[in-house]
Design a protein around this ligand. Sequence first.
Ligand code: ZN
Length: 232
Amino acid sequence: MPLLSQIKFISNSFIDIIYPNNCVICDTHLLHNENYLCLTCSYDLPYINQSKHTIESLQKLFWGRVNVEKVYALLNYQKGNQTQRILHLLKYKDKTKLAGHFGEKLGYTIKNKASFDFLIPVPLHPKKLKIRGYNQSTVIARGIQKILAVKINEQVLRRNSFNKSQTNFSKFDRWGNVNSIFSVVKPKLLINKHILLIDDVLTTGATIEACVQEILKVRGCKVSVAVLAARV
Ligand SMILES: [Zn+2]
């Protein structure tokens, strides 16, 4: 082994002793060439096959609701599977590097398939953002941005504050309530643009539907959706 590699190997080993680097899923010690996940857990992840059929089945979720150009997703989400574990880590354990890592992987599945004008992460409620300290969808968007080189825009879509009447579910049905959560500010910026809307997970599609509904009020605007995980 050349001297420089030896020094690097020794210093890496030393860093490992001070800051042990373990797999986020099974907690085994990571080897030098492994990032966040050990090789076994990485192979075991339920990646969604990117076939035309699968992508179409995700789009069908929005049929008769809102017009979505394309839906892109990386991991299959099922209750209790490893994807659920990963989503939990991204939301509550401040694993922003992990979110960025998966964002990049998602970016590679989208690359060369379409062109976008803006990446828009689904915004968090401002109070929630303050508590969590970061928006996991923004971190995923940054990973995607590394691969697609498209601007992230966090100014145009806003999650409105809840007021008392809106949180009263007895007065509003579930759909009506969700629909009133988002609004577009500075709509001029979105005229004739193709937006890639980004969220961590797609289940019922209610949140994304509410965002898309608002964005599509802008003339000539098109929306595609990218999520880290979806039920397929
Ligand atoms: Zn592992």
